[in-house]
Design a protein around this ligand. Structure first.
Ligand SMILES: *Cc1c(COP(=O)(O)O)cnc(C)c1O
Length: 462
Protein backbone atom coordinates (compact mmCIF):
# COMPACT_ATOMS: atom_id res chain seq x y z
CA UNK A 1 0.00 0.00 0.00
CA UNK A 2 1.35 3.41 -0.93
CA UNK A 3 2.07 5.73 1.99
CA UNK A 4 -0.37 8.63 2.12
CA UNK A 5 0.93 11.80 0.55
CA UNK A 6 2.11 14.22 3.19
CA UNK A 7 -0.35 17.06 3.80
CA UNK A 8 -3.23 15.02 2.36
CA UNK A 9 -4.13 12.97 5.43
CA UNK A 10 -6.72 10.20 5.55
CA UNK A 11 -10.41 10.95 5.95
CA UNK A 12 -12.49 13.87 4.86
CA UNK A 13 -11.21 17.39 5.32
CA UNK A 14 -13.58 19.66 7.25
CA UNK A 15 -15.73 21.92 5.07
CA UNK A 16 -15.37 25.70 5.08
CA UNK A 17 -18.51 25.92 7.22
CA UNK A 18 -17.14 23.40 9.71
CA UNK A 19 -13.83 25.28 9.95
CA UNK A 20 -15.74 28.49 10.65
CA UNK A 21 -18.05 26.89 13.19
CA UNK A 22 -15.15 25.79 15.37
CA UNK A 23 -13.53 29.24 15.40
CA UNK A 24 -15.85 31.79 17.02
CA UNK A 25 -13.65 34.83 16.28
CA UNK A 26 -13.91 34.10 12.53
CA UNK A 27 -17.07 34.67 10.52
CA UNK A 28 -18.22 35.07 6.96
CA UNK A 29 -19.94 38.37 6.28
CA UNK A 30 -22.19 38.14 3.20
CA UNK A 31 -20.74 41.29 1.65
CA UNK A 32 -17.34 41.74 3.30
CA UNK A 33 -16.25 38.11 3.34
CA UNK A 34 -14.06 36.52 5.98
CA UNK A 35 -13.68 38.60 9.12
CA UNK A 36 -11.60 38.35 12.26
CA UNK A 37 -13.91 39.63 15.00
CA UNK A 38 -15.55 42.60 13.26
CA UNK A 39 -12.75 43.44 10.85
CA UNK A 40 -12.83 42.14 7.26
CA UNK A 41 -9.55 40.53 6.29
CA UNK A 42 -9.86 42.25 2.90
CA UNK A 43 -9.59 45.60 4.69
CA UNK A 44 -6.43 44.49 6.49
CA UNK A 45 -4.91 43.27 3.23
CA UNK A 46 -5.65 46.64 1.68
CA UNK A 47 -3.99 48.45 4.59
CA UNK A 48 -0.84 46.36 5.06
CA UNK A 49 -0.58 44.11 2.02
CA UNK A 50 0.10 40.39 2.12
CA UNK A 51 1.42 38.15 3.50
CA UNK A 52 0.38 39.35 6.97
CA UNK A 53 -0.29 37.78 10.35
CA UNK A 54 -3.61 38.73 11.93
CA UNK A 55 -4.33 38.04 15.59
CA UNK A 56 -7.59 38.34 17.50
CA UNK A 57 -7.21 40.01 20.89
CA UNK A 58 -10.69 38.77 21.79
CA UNK A 59 -9.71 35.18 21.10
CA UNK A 60 -6.53 35.53 23.17
CA UNK A 61 -8.54 36.91 26.08
CA UNK A 62 -11.32 34.38 25.90
CA UNK A 63 -8.89 31.48 25.71
CA UNK A 64 -6.87 32.76 28.67
CA UNK A 65 -10.11 33.17 30.62
CA UNK A 66 -11.43 29.73 29.67
CA UNK A 67 -8.24 28.10 30.89
CA UNK A 68 -8.28 30.05 34.14
CA UNK A 69 -11.94 29.16 34.67
CA UNK A 70 -11.30 25.44 34.08
CA UNK A 71 -8.46 25.42 36.59
CA UNK A 72 -10.35 27.27 39.26
CA UNK A 73 -13.50 25.20 38.73
CA UNK A 74 -11.34 22.15 39.52
CA UNK A 75 -10.40 23.84 42.80
CA UNK A 76 -6.77 24.28 41.77
CA UNK A 77 -4.49 27.06 42.93
CA UNK A 78 -2.88 27.45 39.52
CA UNK A 79 -0.65 30.02 37.83
CA UNK A 80 -0.56 30.25 34.04
CA UNK A 81 2.83 31.03 32.53
CA UNK A 82 2.27 31.55 28.82
CA UNK A 83 5.03 29.99 26.68
CA UNK A 84 6.39 33.02 24.85
CA UNK A 85 7.95 30.95 22.06
CA UNK A 86 4.47 30.27 20.66
CA UNK A 87 3.90 33.94 19.81
CA UNK A 88 6.24 36.63 21.11
CA UNK A 89 4.66 39.71 19.58
CA UNK A 90 4.74 42.44 22.24
CA UNK A 91 1.08 43.37 21.71
CA UNK A 92 0.05 39.72 22.11
CA UNK A 93 2.13 39.50 25.28
CA UNK A 94 0.57 42.73 26.55
CA UNK A 95 -2.96 41.37 26.05
CA UNK A 96 -2.02 38.24 27.98
CA UNK A 97 -0.22 40.26 30.68
CA UNK A 98 -3.43 42.24 31.16
CA UNK A 99 -5.20 38.91 31.68
CA UNK A 100 -2.79 38.25 34.53
CA UNK A 101 -0.73 35.58 32.79
CA UNK A 102 2.93 35.09 33.62
CA UNK A 103 5.51 33.86 31.14
CA UNK A 104 7.59 30.80 30.37
CA UNK A 105 10.72 31.92 28.50
CA UNK A 106 13.55 30.02 26.85
CA UNK A 107 16.00 32.77 25.88
CA UNK A 108 17.25 36.22 26.78
CA UNK A 109 15.13 37.64 23.96
CA UNK A 110 11.97 36.08 25.36
CA UNK A 111 12.81 37.21 28.89
CA UNK A 112 13.25 40.75 27.61
CA UNK A 113 10.01 40.55 25.60
CA UNK A 114 8.08 39.41 28.67
CA UNK A 115 9.52 42.18 30.86
CA UNK A 116 8.88 44.83 28.17
CA UNK A 117 5.29 43.69 28.06
CA UNK A 118 4.86 44.35 31.73
CA UNK A 119 4.96 40.75 32.91
CA UNK A 120 6.57 40.99 36.33
CA UNK A 121 9.81 39.09 36.93
CA UNK A 122 7.99 37.40 39.80
CA UNK A 123 5.76 35.65 37.20
CA UNK A 124 8.51 34.47 34.84
CA UNK A 125 9.88 30.94 34.54
CA UNK A 126 13.04 30.22 32.53
CA UNK A 127 13.03 26.81 30.81
CA UNK A 128 15.37 25.15 28.34
CA UNK A 129 18.10 22.59 28.10
CA UNK A 130 20.95 25.01 27.36
CA UNK A 131 20.80 28.39 29.07
CA UNK A 132 23.93 30.44 28.50
CA UNK A 133 25.82 32.15 31.31
CA UNK A 134 24.69 35.50 29.94
CA UNK A 135 21.05 34.36 30.09
CA UNK A 136 21.42 33.02 33.62
CA UNK A 137 23.04 36.30 34.74
CA UNK A 138 20.05 38.24 33.40
CA UNK A 139 17.60 35.83 35.08
CA UNK A 140 19.45 36.30 38.39
CA UNK A 141 19.66 40.06 38.00
CA UNK A 142 15.91 40.21 37.32
CA UNK A 143 15.26 37.80 40.22
CA UNK A 144 12.67 35.90 38.20
CA UNK A 145 10.22 33.51 39.83
CA UNK A 146 11.93 30.26 38.88
CA UNK A 147 14.65 28.72 36.77
CA UNK A 148 13.89 25.19 35.61
CA UNK A 149 17.05 23.11 35.75
CA UNK A 150 17.45 20.33 33.22
CA UNK A 151 20.66 18.64 34.39
CA UNK A 152 23.12 18.18 37.24
CA UNK A 153 25.70 20.01 35.14
CA UNK A 154 23.42 23.03 34.77
CA UNK A 155 22.74 23.02 38.53
CA UNK A 156 26.48 23.22 39.29
CA UNK A 157 26.94 26.05 36.79
CA UNK A 158 24.04 28.09 38.13
CA UNK A 159 25.07 27.49 41.73
CA UNK A 160 28.58 28.78 41.10
CA UNK A 161 27.27 31.80 39.20
CA UNK A 162 24.57 32.71 41.73
CA UNK A 163 26.93 32.30 44.67
CA UNK A 164 29.55 34.49 42.97
CA UNK A 165 26.91 37.20 42.51
CA UNK A 166 25.58 36.86 46.05
CA UNK A 167 22.20 35.71 44.75
CA UNK A 168 19.91 32.81 45.55
CA UNK A 169 18.07 31.33 42.56
CA UNK A 170 14.71 29.65 43.03
CA UNK A 171 14.99 26.50 40.96
CA UNK A 172 12.72 23.66 39.94
CA UNK A 173 14.00 20.35 38.67
CA UNK A 174 12.62 19.31 35.28
CA UNK A 175 12.21 15.56 35.19
CA UNK A 176 11.76 13.38 32.17
CA UNK A 177 8.92 11.03 33.09
CA UNK A 178 9.48 8.76 30.06
CA UNK A 179 5.88 8.96 28.87
CA UNK A 180 4.80 8.91 25.25
CA UNK A 181 2.69 11.97 24.47
CA UNK A 182 1.69 10.38 21.12
CA UNK A 183 2.35 13.53 19.15
CA UNK A 184 4.71 14.30 16.24
CA UNK A 185 8.25 12.97 16.90
CA UNK A 186 9.73 16.46 16.50
CA UNK A 187 7.60 17.83 19.36
CA UNK A 188 7.63 14.96 21.82
CA UNK A 189 9.88 15.82 24.75
CA UNK A 190 9.07 13.42 27.57
CA UNK A 191 10.73 10.20 26.39
CA UNK A 192 13.93 9.06 28.04
CA UNK A 193 15.78 9.32 24.72
CA UNK A 194 14.89 13.02 24.40
CA UNK A 195 17.37 15.70 25.48
CA UNK A 196 15.05 17.22 28.08
CA UNK A 197 15.06 16.97 31.87
CA UNK A 198 16.67 14.50 34.24
CA UNK A 199 15.74 10.85 34.70
CA UNK A 200 12.99 10.32 37.26
CA UNK A 201 15.10 7.77 39.14
CA UNK A 202 17.93 10.27 39.55
CA UNK A 203 15.71 13.17 40.58
CA UNK A 204 15.60 12.62 44.39
CA UNK A 205 19.39 12.57 44.78
CA UNK A 206 19.78 15.56 42.49
CA UNK A 207 17.06 17.51 44.32
CA UNK A 208 18.89 16.86 47.60
CA UNK A 209 22.06 18.11 45.94
CA UNK A 210 20.25 21.31 44.87
CA UNK A 211 19.27 21.92 48.49
CA UNK A 212 22.89 21.58 49.54
CA UNK A 213 24.42 23.76 46.83
CA UNK A 214 25.09 27.44 47.59
CA UNK A 215 23.11 29.97 45.60
CA UNK A 216 20.18 27.64 44.89
CA UNK A 217 16.84 27.16 46.58
CA UNK A 218 14.90 24.21 45.19
CA UNK A 219 11.20 25.10 45.11
CA UNK A 220 9.67 22.30 43.10
CA UNK A 221 9.59 19.89 40.22
CA UNK A 222 8.56 20.33 36.60
CA UNK A 223 7.63 18.36 33.49
CA UNK A 224 6.84 19.25 29.89
CA UNK A 225 6.11 16.13 27.87
CA UNK A 226 5.51 17.52 24.40
CA UNK A 227 3.37 19.77 22.26
CA UNK A 228 0.12 19.45 20.29
CA UNK A 229 -1.05 16.62 22.54
CA UNK A 230 -4.50 15.56 21.34
CA UNK A 231 -4.77 11.87 22.27
CA UNK A 232 -6.61 12.33 25.57
CA UNK A 233 -5.18 13.21 28.96
CA UNK A 234 -3.59 9.86 29.76
CA UNK A 235 -0.04 11.01 28.98
CA UNK A 236 -0.53 14.12 31.13
CA UNK A 237 -2.00 11.97 33.88
CA UNK A 238 0.94 9.55 33.77
CA UNK A 239 3.47 12.37 33.89
CA UNK A 240 1.70 14.17 36.75
CA UNK A 241 1.27 10.94 38.70
CA UNK A 242 5.02 10.42 38.41
CA UNK A 243 5.55 13.97 39.70
CA UNK A 244 3.21 13.31 42.63
CA UNK A 245 5.19 10.19 43.59
CA UNK A 246 8.41 12.17 43.28
CA UNK A 247 7.07 14.92 45.54
CA UNK A 248 6.11 12.24 48.07
CA UNK A 249 9.64 10.84 47.99
CA UNK A 250 11.20 14.28 48.34
CA UNK A 251 9.00 15.15 51.30
CA UNK A 252 9.77 11.80 52.93
CA UNK A 253 13.44 12.72 52.64
CA UNK A 254 12.72 16.01 54.41
CA UNK A 255 13.21 18.13 51.31
CA UNK A 256 11.03 21.23 50.78
CA UNK A 257 8.63 21.34 47.80
CA UNK A 258 6.61 24.51 47.27
CA UNK A 259 5.01 24.02 43.85
CA UNK A 260 4.66 21.76 40.84
CA UNK A 261 5.13 22.91 37.23
CA UNK A 262 2.93 20.93 34.83
CA UNK A 263 4.41 22.35 31.60
CA UNK A 264 2.44 22.99 28.42
CA UNK A 265 1.46 20.82 25.49
CA UNK A 266 -2.33 20.90 25.32
CA UNK A 267 -3.26 20.48 21.65
CA UNK A 268 -5.76 22.28 19.43
CA UNK A 269 -7.86 21.07 16.50
CA UNK A 270 -6.17 21.98 13.22
CA UNK A 271 -8.13 19.51 11.08
CA UNK A 272 -10.25 16.83 12.79
CA UNK A 273 -8.33 16.24 16.02
CA UNK A 274 -10.39 16.18 19.20
CA UNK A 275 -7.96 17.35 21.89
CA UNK A 276 -9.04 17.12 25.50
CA UNK A 277 -10.73 20.30 26.73
CA UNK A 278 -8.99 22.34 29.46
CA UNK A 279 -11.51 20.93 31.96
CA UNK A 280 -10.11 17.45 31.29
CA UNK A 281 -6.56 18.67 31.79
CA UNK A 282 -7.58 20.40 35.02
CA UNK A 283 -9.26 17.16 36.11
CA UNK A 284 -6.08 15.18 35.44
CA UNK A 285 -4.05 17.67 37.49
CA UNK A 286 -6.52 17.54 40.33
CA UNK A 287 -6.68 13.73 40.31
CA UNK A 288 -2.91 13.32 40.44
CA UNK A 289 -1.50 16.39 42.16
CA UNK A 290 -4.55 17.73 43.99
CA UNK A 291 -3.80 15.84 47.17
CA UNK A 292 -0.40 17.45 47.66
CA UNK A 293 -1.83 20.78 48.81
CA UNK A 294 0.58 22.69 46.56
CA UNK A 295 0.06 25.39 43.96
CA UNK A 296 0.55 24.26 40.38
CA UNK A 297 1.86 26.06 37.32
CA UNK A 298 0.94 25.60 33.65
CA UNK A 299 2.95 26.68 30.62
CA UNK A 300 0.51 26.67 27.69
CA UNK A 301 1.62 28.25 24.43
CA UNK A 302 -0.20 26.78 21.44
CA UNK A 303 -3.53 26.38 23.22
CA UNK A 304 -3.67 30.11 24.02
CA UNK A 305 -2.29 31.61 20.81
CA UNK A 306 -2.73 29.07 18.00
CA UNK A 307 -6.43 29.48 17.21
CA UNK A 308 -6.20 33.26 17.71
CA UNK A 309 -4.22 33.96 14.54
CA UNK A 310 -4.39 33.59 10.78
CA UNK A 311 -1.82 34.10 8.06
CA UNK A 312 -3.37 36.19 5.32
CA UNK A 313 -1.99 35.67 1.79
CA UNK A 314 -2.79 36.51 -1.82
CA UNK A 315 -2.88 34.21 -4.80
CA UNK A 316 -0.02 35.14 -7.16
CA UNK A 317 -1.20 32.83 -9.91
CA UNK A 318 -2.81 29.52 -10.58
CA UNK A 319 -0.56 27.17 -12.50
CA UNK A 320 -1.30 23.89 -14.28
CA UNK A 321 0.97 21.01 -13.44
CA UNK A 322 2.79 18.89 -16.00
CA UNK A 323 0.81 16.29 -17.97
CA UNK A 324 0.39 13.31 -15.67
CA UNK A 325 2.51 10.19 -16.19
CA UNK A 326 1.22 7.73 -17.28
CA UNK A 327 -0.89 9.84 -19.62
CA UNK A 328 -4.55 10.53 -18.89
CA UNK A 329 -6.27 12.07 -15.92
CA UNK A 330 -6.21 15.70 -14.89
CA UNK A 331 -3.13 17.84 -14.40
CA UNK A 332 -2.44 19.05 -10.88
CA UNK A 333 -3.67 22.53 -10.06
CA UNK A 334 -1.13 24.65 -8.18
CA UNK A 335 -2.27 27.74 -6.31
CA UNK A 336 0.89 29.77 -5.84
CA UNK A 337 0.43 32.21 -2.94
CA UNK A 338 2.63 35.02 -1.66
CA UNK A 339 3.13 33.37 1.74
CA UNK A 340 5.70 30.62 2.02
CA UNK A 341 7.45 28.22 4.33
CA UNK A 342 9.62 31.06 5.60
CA UNK A 343 6.45 32.53 7.16
CA UNK A 344 4.54 29.42 8.22
CA UNK A 345 7.06 26.65 8.67
CA UNK A 346 4.78 24.06 10.28
CA UNK A 347 3.66 22.22 7.13
CA UNK A 348 7.26 21.80 5.93
CA UNK A 349 8.61 20.95 9.38
CA UNK A 350 5.88 18.78 10.89
CA UNK A 351 3.69 17.81 7.91
CA UNK A 352 1.12 19.98 9.66
CA UNK A 353 -2.35 20.53 8.21
CA UNK A 354 -3.80 24.05 8.33
CA UNK A 355 -7.29 25.04 7.28
CA UNK A 356 -7.28 27.36 4.26
CA UNK A 357 -10.28 29.63 3.74
CA UNK A 358 -10.93 31.96 0.82
CA UNK A 359 -11.66 35.50 1.99
CA UNK A 360 -14.16 36.49 -0.73
CA UNK A 361 -17.77 35.66 0.21
CA UNK A 362 -18.66 34.24 -3.24
CA UNK A 363 -15.79 31.74 -2.98
CA UNK A 364 -17.58 30.02 -0.10
CA UNK A 365 -20.42 28.97 -2.41
CA UNK A 366 -18.35 28.26 -5.53
CA UNK A 367 -17.64 24.76 -6.89
CA UNK A 368 -14.53 23.13 -5.42
CA UNK A 369 -11.75 21.14 -7.00
CA UNK A 370 -8.44 19.85 -5.68
CA UNK A 371 -5.49 22.22 -5.56
CA UNK A 372 -1.95 22.09 -4.23
CA UNK A 373 -1.34 25.30 -2.30
CA UNK A 374 2.31 26.27 -2.54
CA UNK A 375 4.58 29.20 -1.80
CA UNK A 376 7.21 30.75 -4.06
CA UNK A 377 10.25 29.47 -2.14
CA UNK A 378 12.71 27.22 -3.96
CA UNK A 379 11.97 24.05 -1.97
CA UNK A 380 9.47 21.29 -2.72
CA UNK A 381 8.74 21.36 1.02
CA UNK A 382 7.27 24.84 0.49
CA UNK A 383 3.85 23.23 0.13
CA UNK A 384 0.97 24.18 2.42
CA UNK A 385 -1.54 21.61 1.21
CA UNK A 386 -1.96 18.90 -1.40
CA UNK A 387 -5.22 18.09 -3.10
CA UNK A 388 -7.17 20.62 -1.04
CA UNK A 389 -10.74 21.31 -2.15
CA UNK A 390 -10.76 24.99 -3.13
CA UNK A 391 -12.65 27.14 -5.62
CA UNK A 392 -11.11 28.57 -8.79
CA UNK A 393 -8.99 31.54 -7.79
CA UNK A 394 -7.58 34.52 -9.62
CA UNK A 395 -4.40 36.46 -9.01
CA UNK A 396 -4.96 38.81 -6.07
CA UNK A 397 -7.64 36.68 -4.41
CA UNK A 398 -7.08 36.38 -0.66
CA UNK A 399 -6.81 33.24 1.45
CA UNK A 400 -6.40 32.79 5.20
CA UNK A 401 -4.34 30.01 6.74
CA UNK A 402 -6.07 29.20 10.00
CA UNK A 403 -4.67 28.47 13.46
CA UNK A 404 -1.43 30.25 12.65
CA UNK A 405 -1.23 32.24 15.88
CA UNK A 406 1.27 29.88 17.52
CA UNK A 407 4.60 28.74 16.09
CA UNK A 408 3.90 30.92 13.07
CA UNK A 409 5.60 34.32 13.13
CA UNK A 410 8.02 33.16 15.84
CA UNK A 411 9.36 30.43 13.53
CA UNK A 412 9.63 32.73 10.50
CA UNK A 413 12.86 33.38 8.70
CA UNK A 414 13.98 35.56 5.82
CA UNK A 415 14.90 32.54 3.66
CA UNK A 416 15.01 33.49 -0.03
CA UNK A 417 15.55 37.04 1.33
CA UNK A 418 11.85 37.47 1.91
CA UNK A 419 11.28 40.22 4.50
CA UNK A 420 9.39 39.29 7.68
CA UNK A 421 5.63 39.78 7.31
CA UNK A 422 3.77 42.39 9.36
CA UNK A 423 1.61 41.51 12.37
CA UNK A 424 -1.84 43.02 12.96
CA UNK A 425 -3.93 42.88 16.12
CA UNK A 426 -7.71 42.98 15.79
CA UNK A 427 -9.79 43.97 18.81
CA UNK A 428 -13.52 44.13 18.16
CA UNK A 429 -14.03 46.58 15.31
CA UNK A 430 -10.52 48.03 15.58
CA UNK A 431 -7.21 46.87 14.22
CA UNK A 432 -3.63 48.06 14.50
CA UNK A 433 -0.35 47.11 12.89
CA UNK A 434 1.65 45.79 15.84
CA UNK A 435 4.73 44.98 13.81
CA UNK A 436 5.67 46.63 10.51
CA UNK A 437 6.54 44.65 7.46
CA UNK A 438 10.32 44.39 7.49
CA UNK A 439 11.74 46.80 4.90
CA UNK A 440 14.16 45.34 2.37
CA UNK A 441 16.94 47.59 3.71
CA UNK A 442 16.65 45.71 7.01
CA UNK A 443 17.66 42.51 5.22
CA UNK A 444 21.08 44.05 4.64
CA UNK A 445 21.43 45.88 7.96
CA UNK A 446 24.60 45.02 9.81
CA UNK A 447 26.25 43.46 6.78
CA UNK A 448 29.47 44.92 5.41
CA UNK A 449 32.19 43.99 2.95
CA UNK A 450 35.62 43.20 4.33
CA UNK A 451 38.00 46.08 3.64
CA UNK A 452 40.09 44.02 1.18
CA UNK A 453 37.13 43.36 -1.16
CA UNK A 454 36.28 46.23 -3.46
CA UNK A 455 32.85 47.86 -3.23
CA UNK A 456 30.61 47.65 -6.32
CA UNK A 457 30.21 50.68 -8.56
CA UNK A 458 27.27 52.79 -7.38
CA UNK A 459 23.94 52.50 -9.19
CA UNK A 460 20.98 50.18 -9.52
CA UNK A 461 18.46 49.33 -6.86
CA UNK A 462 19.49 48.92 -3.25
C1 LIG B 1 7.34 24.75 24.22
C2 LIG B 1 7.16 24.65 25.69
C3 LIG B 1 5.93 24.93 26.28
C4 LIG B 1 4.71 25.27 25.48
O1 LIG B 1 4.26 24.19 24.73
P1 LIG B 1 2.81 24.27 24.00
O2 LIG B 1 2.69 22.98 23.32
O3 LIG B 1 2.87 25.41 23.07
O4 LIG B 1 1.79 24.45 25.07
C5 LIG B 1 5.85 24.87 27.65
N1 LIG B 1 6.91 24.55 28.42
C6 LIG B 1 8.12 24.25 27.88
C7 LIG B 1 9.25 23.91 28.78
C8 LIG B 1 8.29 24.29 26.51
O5 LIG B 1 9.47 23.99 25.97
Amino acid sequence: MAAPLPLAPQGEDPTFAELLAGRPHLSLHPAEGLRVEEVPLARIAQAVGTPAWVYSAGALRSRARALKAALSAAGLDAGIHYAVKANANLAVLRVLAEEGLGADVVSEGELRAARRSGIPASAIVFSGVGKTERELRLALAEDILQINLESAEEAERLSALAASLGRVARVALRVNPDVDARTHAKITTGRSENKFGVALAEAPALYARLAALPGLRPVGVAVHIGSQITAGVSAFRDAYAALARLVGALRAAGLPVERVDCGGGLGIPYRDETPPPPEALAGAIRATLGGLGLPVMLEPGRWIAGPAGVLLASVILQKQGAPPVPAGGPRRRFLVVDAAMNELMRPAMYEAWHGILPVAPAAHAAPLSPADVVGPVCETGDTFARGRALPAMEPGDLVAFLDAGAYGATMSSTYNLRPLAPEVLVDGARFAVVRDRQPHEALFAGQRLPPWIGAPAPGGVS
